[in-house]
Every structure is written in structure tokens, then in C-alpha cells.
Design a protein around this ligand. Structure first.
Ligand code: 4AD
Ligand code: MG
Length: 463
């Protein structure tokens, strides 16, 4: 007999249907004449109830073994539930315990545990209601992302994780080396001798797949990446990870306007799809984590995002009736408190800020006619701040080379990037969505470490 996932039974199961379920016990209550066992297999937030009659073979010994966390297979038939709280339940004919779980030492109990406590139990926390809901939403969100791009004819391209270039030029790189970090070989000039390294030159974990995505867009028109990226930065906040996943579409024959339109349609699509696919989980977040989650989703799906220039954003911040910790001044980068003020307090919806000063943005962004700003765009979300960063790219070779030099980037090493402007250059644009930030935004989870199964931060690198 094939197993049935609990979510299917809860949604569609009918009385008299024969089922085989495999899962873990969440609770067992023995009352007079019956024991009620709640089973979960990760497919749904709700548990499936199995009601064992005291006539069941070896009833007492069996019920003693069905402790919290133990793994079981149950064969039986579905029956309409007499009790409140569930539509359908299982009348078992055979119960097999695979692995017992000692309730005295099992760290997860029926009560609510703090997220901090659960972070110390990275190997068990996915079995809790909240983390279970988060990872189902994360999965639905991933598949919605692929669906969105695949339906529009984008090619999913795999860009390297080990790379020689620093795309963002921010120096937040992790080195990948076979040299002994404590005692690297030196050249006669006293510099590290990378000729003895595996690649023969410095290599890093990628901070973004964008530059390689641009290569692919110049052949396939519309492409996207979806993979891990790594940054050695500021990782002790509730919105930063050292290892996070990024989604990076890149489009040939596209300008900043087209880029903003795609980003907005994209966010609308993933919110809508997740609401359709995970209604119980989203309802749970709204009840238990953040009571604005459903209203926010509705707002994203049904209202247009606000679009303002950086210069307008600075004017709004200067007029704000409150003091900020960091200075507000044309030419300075927006801090997360500024971003949150714009999205959360002023407009109460996502805000797309475009045309930032060239001095605070990466070398590849297209210089505007004013010579002061670049065709950049950031999407700012209430509560989170920046969830998307993108731009139209500089497609003019002479200006690009000047910008590379102005940013002290290695002109020679970027020969292939410059070649793209030499052979069939076109206006093109793209953006990067911080995947964990969008899952955080969607679920209302306060800390980014609780929306990725194995968070990598300076404080937490157990696995
Ligand atoms: O704004 P960023 O740095 O943009 C880029 O990397 C571009 N190359 C993207 C592109 O145009 N193809 O990063 C993009 C997004 C940010 O908006 C943020 O949501 C997320 O990545 N992000 C992080 N998420 C978690 N932890 C971190 N340390 C992050 N750094 C950036
Ligand atoms: Mg950014």
C-alpha cells in the first residue's frame, strides 16, 4: 500500500478510505477506553488524529511507546470525527513504531519554545509548528519564483559559486584557498604566493551571480539565477546572513522602467501563489507571529507600489517629523531606519527608490544624463527595508571603463565583461531579490535566522 501524505487526508480524505500514514507523534493522550495520537509528517501544519481503542492488540504497551517525537506507520481507515477540531480521523488496524523517543530527554515539548532556544536545536527545530510552516512557505515561494520566470520564457542559468571577481566591489568576500592560512607561502617580495594555490590566483565565494548572468543574457535574452551567495559583512543583525539565497533576473533589451515593472509583477506573483498554496500556514503566521501578515499580502497583491527617486526620498526624509539616528543628506546611503520609515510609516507599502547617487552604488550601474546619478532601483518593504536591489547596466564601453577605474576595480581582469560591450552590446537590466528577506517579509518572522534551515552567521555555524 502506498503512503498518503497527511495534508491530502486533511484536505480531501473521505470516510472508509484505506490509508497508510508515516510520521512522528506530536502528542498522545490516553483517556478512558481510548488513546488519541496526533501525527505529523511535515506536509501540513495540522496533525492527523489516530484514535486507538483499548481493544487494540497490546494496547497499553503500545500507547506507552507512542511518546512525543517517536516515529510510526499507521494503517487503517478514515472515519468522520466525532470530536471537535477535526473533520476526519483514523481508525487504525496496524501500528508499527519505528523509533522510540525518550520523553524525559527529548528537547521539544508540547509548550511553546523561544526561537532563540530553538536556534540551539537546529537538528530538531524543523519539527515545530512555526519552523514547519516557515519551510513549507519557503518551498512554495521557491516554486512560485521558478514558475514566474519559466512562464515568461526566462532561462534558469547556473552561475559559479567559486569566482575570481567581486561583483559588488564592496570587499565582503570569503576567500577559497588551499594555502595554509596560518602560514601561506610568500614570494621573494613578501606577498602571498598564489601561484602555489589550487587555482593559481585568488578565488572567492560569490557575492552575486550578476556578472555571469549578464554573459548569459547576452545570448539568451532573459535569464535568471537562483542560488546561494556569500557575504562577510555585518552579519549580526536580524536581516543579514553570511550565506543567503539570491534570485537574479537579467534581461537584454530592457531599461530601468522595465526592470521596476518586472520586480513589482514578480513580488505580486509570489505573494499570490504562496497565499493560494499555503493558506493554513499563512493564517497561522497571522495569528501567532504578526497580525499584519495577511493584510500586507493583500496590500502587495492589490496595490501599486510607490515609485520615487532617491532625491525625492531624501526630501521626504528631511521633512519627516522625527529624528533619525543616521544623517540624511543627498549623497549618503539610505540606512535601514530611513528605508523603513519610507515604506512602513510614510507610504505604508513597498516603495521603489530609483536613481541613486553614483558614489554609493556599484560600478556596473548605468550613468544617468545628469552625470551624478545611476539608473539604480531598490525595493523597500515595510518592516524589512531593502528586499531587492537592481539597476540598468552600463552598456557603453567607454563610460563603463571609466567607472571601473573610478571604483578602483581591476580593468584587466574584467576583460570579458568589457567584451560584452564590444560585441553586440544592448541596454540591459536586472535585479537581485534577497530570498530570505522575502520569506521573512511574507511570514512576519522577526529574525532572518529562522527562515533558513541552517543559518550561517558569525554566532551560528554548527552544521
Ligand atoms: O543589493 P545587492 O547587494 O545587489 C546585488 O548583489 C546585485 N548584484 C543584484 C543584481 O542586480 N543582480 O543584494 C541584493 C539583495 C538585497 O536587496 C538584499 O535583499 C539581499 O540581496 N541581501 C542579503 N540578504 C541576507 N543577508 C545579507 N547579508 C544580504 N545582503 C544582501
Ligand atoms: Mg543593495
Amino acid at each position: 500500500m502506498n503512503k498518503t501524505r497527511i495534508v491530502q487526508i486533511l484536505r480531501h480524505g473521505q470516510p472508509d478510505e484505506a490509508v497508510l500514514i508515516q510520521g512522528w507523534v506530536r502528542t498522545t493522550r490516553a483517556l478512558k477506553g481510548f488513546a488519541f495520537v496526533e501525527l505529523n509528517d511535515g506536509s501540513a501544519l495540522a496533525n492527523l488524529q489516530v484514535v486507538i481503542n483499548e481493544d487494540f492488540p497490546d494496547y497499553e504497551a503500545l500507547v506507552k511507546r507512542l511518546t512525543i517525537g517517536s516515529s510510526v506507520a499507521v494503517e487503517g481507515v478514515l472515519v468522520a470525527s466525532q470530536g471537535k477540531g477535526q473533520r476526519i480521523e483514523v481508525n487504525p488496524s496496524k501500528i508499527q513504531v519505528f523509533g522510540e523517543s525518550d520523553p524525559e530527554t527529548y528537547p521539544l515539548q508540547k509548550k511553546r519554545h523561544s526561537f532563540e532556544f530553538l536556534r540551539g536545536l537546529g537538528h530538531l527545530r524543523s519539527r515545530t509548528n512555526t519552523l514547519g510552516a516557515v519551510f513549507r512557505v519557503r518551498n512554495a515561494c521557491s516554486s512560485a519564483i521558478h514558475q514566474f520566470f519559466q512562464e515568461r520564457g526566462f532561462l534558469w542559468v547556473h552561475t559559479p559559486l567559486i569566482t575570481a571577481s567581486d561583483c559588488e566591489g564592496a570587499g565582503e568576500l570569503f576567500s577559497v584557498t588551499t594555502l595554509d592560512p596560518k602560514n601561506p607561502p610568500k614570494t621573494p617580495q613578501g606577498e602571498i604566493d598564489y601561484s602555489q594555490d589550487f587555482f593559481g590566483k585568488p578565488a572567492y565565494l560569490t557575492v552575486s551571480g550578476q556578472l555571469e548572468a549578464e554573459i548569459m543574457a547576452m545570448a539568451f535574452s532573459d535569464v535568471y539565477t537562483f542560488g546561494p551567495t556569500f557575504r562577510a559583512e555585518n552579519s549580526n543583525t536580524s536581516r543579514h546572513l553570511a550565506e543567503f539565497w539570491m534570485v537574479e533576473p537579467e534581461m537584454a533589451f530592457c531599461d530601468l522602467q522595465g526592470n521596476m515593472d518586472l520586480a513589482e509583477a514578480f513580488l505580486k506573483h509570489i505573494f499570490k501563489t504562496v497565499l493560494e498554496q499555503c493558506p493554513e500556514d499563512m493564517e497561522f503566521f497571522n495569528q501567532r507571529i504578526d497580525q499584519t501578515v495577511l493584510a500586507t499580502a493583500d496590500n502587495i497583491i492589490n496595490n501599486q507600489f510607490e515609485r520615487i527617486s532617491y532625491t525625492e526620498a531624501i526630501a521626504f526624509l528631511e521633512k519627516a517629523d522625527r529624528k533619525f539616528e543616521y544623517p540624511v543628506e543627498w549623497g549618503l546611503d539610505l540606512q535601514s531606519e530611513h528605508e523603513r520609515y519610507l515604506a512602513e510609516e510614510l507610504f505604508k507599502k513597498p516603495v521603489i527608490v530609483r536613481d541613486y547617487p553614483k558614489g554609493i552604488k556599484a560600478f556596473y550601474m548605468r550613468l544617468n544624463d545628469d552625470n551624478q546619478t545611476v539608473a539604480a532601483m531598490d525595493v523597500l518593504a515595510p518592516k524589512i527595508g531593502e528586499i531587492i536591489g537592481g539597476s540598468q547596466r552600463e552598456e557603453r564601453l567607454d563610460i563603463l571603463e571609466q567607472r571601473i577605474q573610478d571604483n578602483q576595480m581591476p580593468l584587466e581582469e574584467l576583460w570579458w565583461y568589457r567584451d560584452l560591450r564590444r560585441y553586440g552590446t544592448v541596454p540591459h537590466a536586472g535585479f537581485g531579490l534577497g530570498f530570505e528577506r522575502v520569506v521573512q517579509f511574507m511570514t512576519g518572522m522577526g529574525n532572518i535566522r529562522d527562515v533558513i534551515p541552517f543559518p550561517r552567521t558569525p554566532m551560528n555555524a554548527e552544521f
